[in-house]
Design a protein around this ligand. Sequence first.
Ligand code: SAH
Ligand code: MG
Length: 205
Amino acid sequence: MTLDDRALRVALAAKGFMPEDEGLVLHRAGQAAGAVGALLEVGSYCGKSAVYLGTAARSAGTVLFTVDHHHGSEENQAGWEHHDPDVVDLATGRIDTLPFLRRTIEDAGLEDCVVTVVGESVTVARYWGTDLGLLFIDGGHALDVAMADYLAWCPFVMQGGLLAIHDVFEDPAAGGQAPFEVWQRAVADGFRPMSTTGSLRILQR
Ligand code: SAH
Ligand code: MG
């Protein structure tokens, strides 16, 4: 385990939606996949999962790219389930999680191995060119958005590389179905299911 105490403390304190057990599984997946290629996550939010993956990237000798427009998903907006008024920029009235992400990465000592990419996921993917050892999909959870992320980014996952999908709920009563539909699509496309930890699913190409 290369997740040092300082980084783990920062991960646990960061705002976000990643339980510790799932974060540790993500960390180990990133460590293994870092030998195959760079790590990339769609959906940085305030950097909680980026600490688990960034420390993995460091120990594997690669980097984590973390992609987000930082204006929040539908479910983060005011009136929705996952809204946090603290991340609203008072000058604009819009969510802006970028300052929180930068603070998290700095506090965790990860500025040399986490590269922040600010932009709309599919737009960034359209101009992307780097091979990935691990792709973590945790962006918008509407079906069209989540599927678009998968379709845009999965071509960059190398043979032997890993695909991680968050918030996968097989039971509709437990949560939204879009990530589960993405998982099913990935299986149909030939990704091999490796593990399930809470709502985190890992597959291998
Ligand atoms: N991975 C984070 C949580 C991500 S929350 C953690 O575990 O801590 C989902 C994030 O996806 C939000 O910050 C939102 O701004 C971002 N997002 C949603 N749709 C997006 C899109 N189309 N392009 C870029 N970012 C997007
Ligand atoms: Mg999530």
